[in-house]
Write a protein that binds this ligand. Structure first.
Ligand SMILES: Cc1ncc(COP(=O)(O)O)c(C=O)c1O
Length: 423
């Protein structure tokens, strides 16, 4: 028998934020083998929407495991997937009434692009600078949040073009001017690099995730919708990280008053069971040729049962509303800290997806995030960093997080800031 903590045969390609080994979790807390209780403000990078081991999700998984662990959707239908479709219909924009399921966020992005190619008969895709869409070769080609994701993986798929993501804090423009500037740059990509008649879709994260927890600027998605309609290009919102209540509404794009043609979903959808998918307009599906896409584990009954229970729990326990309220509390607390700590340049976000951008005078501070993380980890709070400028700390607590836990997290963060800036 190997020691239970022997990871010497585990691939070294995974990076690790901490050396903790966890044995369990409940709500916003994780329990380690050496007896620590960690306050988890990472949610497994936005996955544990209903918190760790929500009783309703656990019960749904147990019940399904007793009945049927797997059946293959190309061979037979299963009941949990019908239940999941019914739950999605309750919460998705009315127009997005058709669902395709897969396992990871990258697969959902791949599916959205494959659908867009069939539906439009066009091949190119425009993405926004700083986006993270996943680690498969196509998703990697669409990802520009950091060079490490593409490092030494040559020959990525062609046909991907990049336009700026509005970033008023970095450019120094007003939000309105930044929106106008970014939309003008997008038009420029269409007139100089990928002609509208060759562009199948434009893919956008309503809050830039890995790229810096940066909400899209006001008016951008409306402008993008108009542009897509004008040129018959599909609008895809990648809501892998922002979806399922994370941003204080069921989907983040709802706050911008637009309806995309395709939405990707994953992470928070399954509370930790691997499930992803896309929701799209039925009329697009008429052109998606049956048999040209799929996957062995698509519509997996265990994951579908967990996802159906997750949506039910989000609605019944008003966790989306909790995300908005606790998010406002966290934002107010961080903005208060900003007044006392000049290293905090910007506090921004939506719901429980909040970024703190650290500055050294007028320049991004790329050293400080690592120092602060070291300090919060020593105090048993889990946070992560992100950002194209390598200077953002991200707060992503589970949607079940309590008022007391937010206060606890804020006070640990303040202690860590104090300790890190004093070094
Ligand atoms: C917006 C977005 N899209 C796609 C992905 C890729 O998801 P996965 O890691 O499940 O493939 C992520 C992951 O962080 C993401 O944040």
């Amino acid at each position: 028998m190997t020691e239970p903590t022997d990871y010497s045969n585990l691939s070294t390609v995974y990076s690790h934020a901490t050396d903790h080994v966890v044995t369990g979790g409940k709500g916003s807390e994780l329990y380690t083998t050496d007896g620590k209780t960690l306050l988890d403000f990472t949610s497994g990078i936005g996955v544990n929407s209903t918190g760790h081991c929500h009783p309703k999700v656990v019960a749904a998984i147990k019940e399904q495991a007793d009945k049927l662990i797997f059946s293959q959707i190309n061979i037979v239908y299963n009941e949990p997937v019908a239940e999941l479709c019914a739950q999605l219909k309750r919460v998705m924009p009315e127009a997005l009434d058709t669902y395709f399921f897969s396992n990871s966020g990258a697969e959902a992005v791949e599916a959205s692009v494959k659908l867009a190619k069939h539906a439009t008969g066009k091949g190119n895709i425009i993405v926004l600078h700083g986006s993270f869409h996943g680690r498969t070769h196509l998703a990697m080609a669409m990802t520009t949040s950091k060079t490490v994701y593409r490092l030494k993986y040559p020959n990525l798929p062609p046909g991907i073009y990049v336009a700026p993501y509005p970033y008023a804090f970095a450019s120094g423009r007003s939000e309105e001017d930044e929106t106008a500037h970014a939309l003008a740059e997008l038009e420029l990509v269409l007139s100089t690099q990928s002609a509208p008649e060759e562009t199948a879709a434009i893919v956008v994260e309503p809050v830039l995730g890995e790229g810096g927890y940066l909400p899209i600027s006001k008016g951008y998605l409306k402008g993008l919708r108009e542009l897509c309609d004008k040129y018959e290009i599909l609008m895809i919102c990648d809501e892998v990280q922002t979806g399922f209540g994370r941003c204080g509404t069921m989907l983040a794009h709802e706050q911008d008053g637009v309806t995309p043609d395709i939405v990707t979903m994953a992470k928070g959808l399954g509370s930790g069971m691997p499930i992803s998918g896309i929701a799209y307009k039925a009329e697009l599906g008429k052109k998606w040729i049956t048999g040209t896409h799929g996957g062995t584990y698509a519509c997996n009954p265990m994951a579908a049962a967990a996802a159906a229970a997750t949506i039910e729990t989000l609605v019944d326990e008003q966790l989306v509303e909790n995300a908005a309220e606790r998010g406002a509390q966290l934002m107010a607390g961080l903005k208060k800290l900003q007044r006392n700590y000049p290293c905090i340049g910007d506090v921004r976000g939506r719901g429980l997806m909040i970024g703190v951008e650290l500055m050294d005078g007028g320049a991004p501070d790329t050293e400080l995030p690592g120092k602060v993380l070291k300090e919060v980890y020593q105090r048993d709070l889990l946070l992560l960093s992100c950002g194209i400028r390598k200077n953002v700390l991200r707060f992503v607590p589970p949607l079940v997080v309590t008022e007391e836990e937010i206060e606890r997290g804020l006070s640990i963060f303040e202690e860590a800031l104090e300790a890190a800036t004093c070094i």
